[in-house]
Write a protein that binds this ligand. Structure first.
Ligand code: G6P
Length: 616
């Protein structure tokens, strides 16, 4: 994880770097630091434990001398607690070189022993400092940061994005990457480096994704890319379609509040231009690899966290519509159990960031086994998207709050589009179903808007639950992933015990948890659902109510059967089975946020988490 920014150009480097860090802070917020080469060719730096605001406050009273070359880092701690000393940058070459790092250097203990024997002194507990000291030593030999970087990366094992500057090379920032992300922002007379485009989108929409095992050197007028052996290499250029304002709070109290309000738009944007007359889905980006979908014998979704719950809905829909068996696996479990994967397997990775290390490694594993890989991703130029055979972008726009909301909804509709596309290609989807789903998709943004409007009532509920220590969530079929997602949001945001259960599983254990006053959210299927699950879930409500549970039902507007048994009903507009979960999840997103707010917690940056988990 960790956010990384580099800049060379004529603007205030301190401002550009601190601004970039503010946009990347979702990646980690245990500490922050900055290093600048001043016009007099001195290296100045400052770093502090805590959020970026701590560093900013320090710099407001004691500003660093500004310059035209700099790097900055916001940390998610792996090796060593979040202290001032463990914050980045780390220095080498007697304070003339500064280095920042995202990732884990797996062989750092060995390297550290060598450096200590060579007389180097360490000032931190981090794995990263070994790289700073090694780079410093190699710089003294080569007098060039890029050449020094080539020598150092050859000795590193693990995952890393590294950025380095040296006081004797003003106007130069050198970056290197293996398994962690690095993107170049291309300006006029200035260039940028960032963990993702959010770092520089305020200045340029022209970008280049640095490839695996590449070293990049930026100056104000040039970008040079070589591989780890120093041979010329190419990075992939692309245009960023996020504008800078999309990553601003725009008057909202939190990014999460803003992003929930954008859920209808995220869904509309992901669907736009992809569903034509009669509900025919066009996804030209998939045609080359999936046009002949008859050759696919099974689909395995791989994802983590919220993206895994979105995948569950996708798997249900795809199997139903296309007849192709579809399952979901957590990325970090998948490759360690020696799964059967072959050329007829389609691996669909779902990831907002496109950088989640567990998912990236699972994709690579599947490729090695000969599977076709498809990425459902929200971030242009992300590593998983680039390494997959095809990519289906979601268009949720930048998601900054750590807890995922609008991205979840856009992921679900993207999987539905995939399901329809496959079902239409293998003639399993009737014209009638295609037309019905097209209508459902059209209705969805307005219905979601209606759900966003439930916010005021949810806020009241959260207010009186502020002292609650445990909340359970029940759902069945498409309501089950919603229950899991509702529980995850409470854990992430409100730090309380929360569990999502398949309602049918209740009697097999979880019902023992019910005691008087236990709050249970129940996602109720539509009474018109042909599967007859409605009656079963209403029975579950009665069972837990009889044992003293306080039930908050999320149920269809006209569902009279639920009213007598629920303490509270959150009404959902009428929708078909696969659209119901998209509507039902919105109040749960709001609930997680409002309960955190009622407890006075940081909504956008919950403790111990980071949005983009780029370590295994
Ligand atoms: C982290 C975040 C979750 C997110 C998961 C997957 O754990 O805290 O909110 O769902 O990563 O992220 P991805 O970027 O792969 O969708």
């Amino acid at each position: 994880m960790c956010g990384i920014v580099g800049y060379v150009g004529q603007r205030s480097t301190a401002q550009v770097v601190l601004g970039g860090l503010a946009r990347l802070e979702y990646r980690g917020y245990d500490s922050a630091g900055i290093a600048i080469i001043t016009p007099g060719n001195a290296l100045v730096s400052h770093k502090r434990a805590g959020k970026l605001s701590v560093l900013r406050d320090d710099l407001a009273t004691n500003p660093l001398l500004d310059g035209t070359t700099g790097i900055g880092h916001t940390r998610w701690a792996t090796h060593g607690p979040p202290t001032d000393n463990n914050a980045h940058p780390h220095l080498g070459d007697e304070g003339k070189l500064a280095l920042i790092h995202n990732g884990i250097i797996e062989n750092y203990e060995l390297l550290k022993r060598e450096l200590v024997e060579q007389g180097e002194t360490f000032h931190s507990d981090t794995d990263s400092e070994v790289v700073a000291l090694m780079l410093g030593r190699e710089y003294r030999d080569t007098h060039d940061v890029s050449t020094a970087m080539q020598r150092v990366v050859a000795r590193l094992e693990g995952a890393f994005t590294l950025l380095a500057v040296h006081a004797n090379q003003p106007g130069v920032v050198v970056g290197a990457r293996r398994n962690s992300p690095l993107v170049v922002g291309l300006g006029e007379g200035e260039n940028f480096l960032g963990s993702d485009v959010a770092a520089f989108v305020a200045y340029t929409d022209k970008a280049m994704a640095v490839g695996q095992d590449q070293i990049v050197t930026i100056t104000p007028d040039s970008v040079t890319v070589v591989d780890f052996e120093g041979k010329p290499a190419n990075a992939t250029p692309f245009t960023v379609d996020w504008d800078a304002s999309a990553a601003d709070k725009g008057g909202w109290s939190s990014f999460m509040a803003k992003e929930i309000s954008e859920e209808p738009e995220a869904v509309a944007n992901t669907l736009r231009g992809r569903v034509g007359a009669g509900g025919i889905v066009t996804l030209p980006e998939l045609d080359a690899v999936l046009g002949d979908s008859v050759s696919i014998s099974r689909i395995i979704f791989i994802a983590c966290g919220t993206a895994a719950y979105a995948s569950m809905l996708g798997a249900y829909a795809i199997e139903k519509w296309s007849g192709i068996p579809a399952t979901v696996e957590l990325s970090h479990e998948f490759r360690y159990r020696d799964p059967v994967v072959d050329a007829s397997t389609l691996i669909v990775s779902v990831s907002q960031s496109g950088e989640t290390m567990d998912t990236l490694m699972a994709v690579r594993y599947a490729k090695e086994k000969g599977a076709t890989t498809l990425s459902i991703c929200n971030t242009q130029g992300a590593t998983i998207a680039r390494e997959s055979d095809a990519v289906l972008y979601t268009y949720a726009g930048p998601e900054v709050a750590v807890a995922s909301t609008k991205a979840f909804l856009s992921q679900v509709v993207a999987t539905y589009l995939l399901g329809l596309y496959l079902g239409q290609h293998n003639d399993r989807v009737s014209a009638e179903l295609s037309a019905q789903l097209a209508q459902d998709f059209e209705d969805l943004p307005d219905q979601l808007e209606e759900m966003v409007q439930t916010g005021a009532r949810i806020k009241e509920l959260a207010g009186w639950m502020a002292d609650t220590r445990s909340v359970l969530f029940l759902g069945r079929h498409v309501g089950y992933p919603v229950a899991l997602e509702g529980a995850l949001k409470l854990k992430e945001l409100a730090y309380i015990h929360a569990e999502g259960f398949a309602a049918g599983e209740l009697k097999h254990g979880p019902i023992a948890l019910i005691e008087p006053g236990q709050i249970v959210f129940v996602v109720v299927p539509s009474p018109r659902d042909p599967s007859s699950l409605h009656a079963k879930v209403v029975s579950n409500i009665q069972e837990i109510r009889a044992r003293g549970a306080r039930v908050i039902a999320i149920a269809e507007k006209a569902d009279a059967a639920v009213l007598p048994h629920a303490d509270e009903v959150i009404a959902v507009p009428f929708a078909s089975t696969f659209m119901e979960p998209l509507l039902a999840v919105v109040p749960l997103h709001i609930f997680g946020m409002e309960l955190a707010a009622a407890k006075g917690l940081d909504i956008d940056q919950p403790r111990n988490l980071a949005k983009s988990v780029t370590v295994e």
